[in-house]
Ligand binder design. Structure first.
Ligand code: NDP
Length: 448
């Protein structure tokens, strides 16, 4: 599979021991493919057992979350926190609440998070967590009771200098608020133990917007390298959650026209350009389905079935919904319709076949761990503000986010060039993210 015997040995051992974790193995394989030239060029990586250590989480915490629903019935969910790698800072990564959550998904997300956090240039290790809880259709009180029960166990394992969780799918400002309240109650500590907090109790301005804005800042750099810009471009964005909504706002501000967005039921097409404020109203205020967009904008159309979104012709595609939402055939449809650039807002939204199709067709491709790192970077800025007991203005945070995204793009581009793969931002992101963590692991010795 790999030219390096060492990588083959490590991957085969991992695949045997984790045969039931396909998403995790997919993420490791993709990273190993990119790192092959680095591993071959630096024998100290094998000598220090870096690859076998980096694929093994430092700690997996798996726990029962029992709570009582509005009907008085006891419900039981499975919770996880995976503390993957703390070589360059406290564990940092979101909490996903979705019925599809399992150990494989949390491990894949935690593994990716190591390199993403490293790319931001901020001192953050990699972690991830969540539960197989479905927030859809739950009352506000049920959400609160679940979040409190979840935090009752999680609070034993996290802390501002140990592990700082954040939001992800299903965990927004409301859920973070309930979790923070419970942590404070249990520990009697007001610390920056979670990010994505409300503005009145330690949250950072621009955190809500950060991932979506960051994807567009990254795309802006990709386009600039092609002597191009968002100006006048047709943009398709999948999803209509936190990342997608603010990607829509920023893409529009930068001169693009967002013609399609989706949720897990279907997609809307608005040839006049989607107004992100309508999406915000539908998703954040009403918590309704995207099909209701046509009630606000009757000239738009709604199509049932979310995957059809990739058949809408566009210059720029930003998959911002979930993992493996864009496959090889869908990538070929986008290419046939003239897509010029793709940047991933969601984590691993493109299957390996889709990534290969974009790369062989010469479509500029920005991988998730670089393009969507703006969210965790701004969480890092929230941690800094909490430690200093200060709040920066929206403009200050946004300017820092912009600089971080420009630097991430440069690091990816430089690393790809250094290893003879110019323009390959997938390899560049993996290499640039890996090098810092690898060096820190070597310097810290083995029995740390
Ligand atoms: P949200 O829960 O806010 O939104 C997810 C959106 O995706 C919803 O609109 C959901 O629709 C939709 N969706 C789910 N599955 C599909 C599908 N198969 N096709 C189309 N739409 C779908 O999550 P976020 O926006 O926070 O996260 C989205 C992605 O971005 C995730 O991969 C997450 O890990 C990643 N990410 C998020 C960051 C953040 O700061 N929030 C940071 C970095 C990465 P429905 O309502 O129907 O479920």
């Amino acid at each position: 599979m790999f030219q390096s015997e060492y990588l083959n040995r490590v991957y085969e051992g991992l695949a045997q021991r984790n045969a039931h974790e396909p998403e995790f193995l997919q993420a490791v394989k993709e990273v190993f493919e990119s790192l092959e030239p680095v591993v071959m060029a630096r024998p100290e990586i094998e000598a220090n057992g870096i690859m076998e250590r980096i694929v093994e989480p430092e700690r997996i915490i798996n726990f029962r979350v029992s709570w009582v629903d509005d009907a008085g019935k006891v419900q039981v969910n499975r919770g996880w926190r995976i503390q993957f790698n703390s070589a360059i800072g406290p564990y940092k990564g979101g909490l996903r609440l979705h019925p599809s959550v399992n150990q494989s998904i949390i491990k894949f997300l935690g593994f990716e998070q190591i390199f993403k956090n490293s790319l931001t240039g901020l001192p953050m290790g990699g972690g991830k967590g969540g539960a197989d809880f479905d927030p859809k259709g739950k009352s506000d009180n049920e959400i609160m009771r679940f979040c409190q029960a979840f935090m009752t166990e999680l609070s034993k394992h996290i802390g501002a200098d140990t592990d700082v969780p954040a939001g992800d799918i299903g965990t927004g400002a409301r859920e973070i608020g309930y979790m923070f309240g419970q942590y404070k109650r249990l520990r009697n500590e007001f610390t920056g133990v979670l990010t994505g907090k409300g503005l009145s109790y330690g949250g950072s301005l621009a955190r809500t917007e950060a991932t979506g804005y960051g994807v567009c800042y990254y795309m802006k750099e990709m386009l600039a390298d092609m002597n191009d810009s968002f100006e006048g471009k047709r943009v398709v964005i999948s999803g209509s959650g936190n990342v997608a909504t603010y990607a829509c706002q920023k893409a529009t501000q930068l001169g693009g026209k967002v013609v399609a967005m989706s949720d897990s039921n279907g997609y809307i097409v608005d040839e006049n350009g989607i107004d992100y404020k309508v999406i915000k109203e539908i998703k954040e205020v009403k918590r309704a389905r995207i099909k209701t967009y046509v009630e606000y904008v009757p000239s738009a159309k709604y199509v049932e079935g979310c995957r059809g979104i990739w058949s809408v012709p566009c210059d720029i595609a930003l998959p911002c919904a979930t993992q493996n939402e864009l496959n090889g055939d869908e990538a070929k449809t986008l290419i046939a319709n003239g897509v010029k650039a793709v940047a991933e807002g969601a984590n691993m939204p493109s299957t390996p076949e889709a990534v290969a199709a974009f790369q062989s067709a010469g479509v500029a491709f920005g991988p998730a761990k670089a393009a969507n790192a703006g969210g965790v970077a701004t969480s890092g800025l929230e941690m800094s503000q909490n430690s200093q007991r200060l709040s920066w203005t929206f403009e200050e945070v946004d300017a820092k986010l912009h600089d971080i995204m420009v630097n991430i793009y440069k690091s990816c581009k430089d690393a790809a060039e250094r290893y003879g793969m110019p323009g390959n931002l997938v390899a560049g992101a993996n290499i640039a993210g890996f090098e810092k963590v690898c060096d820190a692991m070597i310097w810290q010795g083995i029995a740390y």
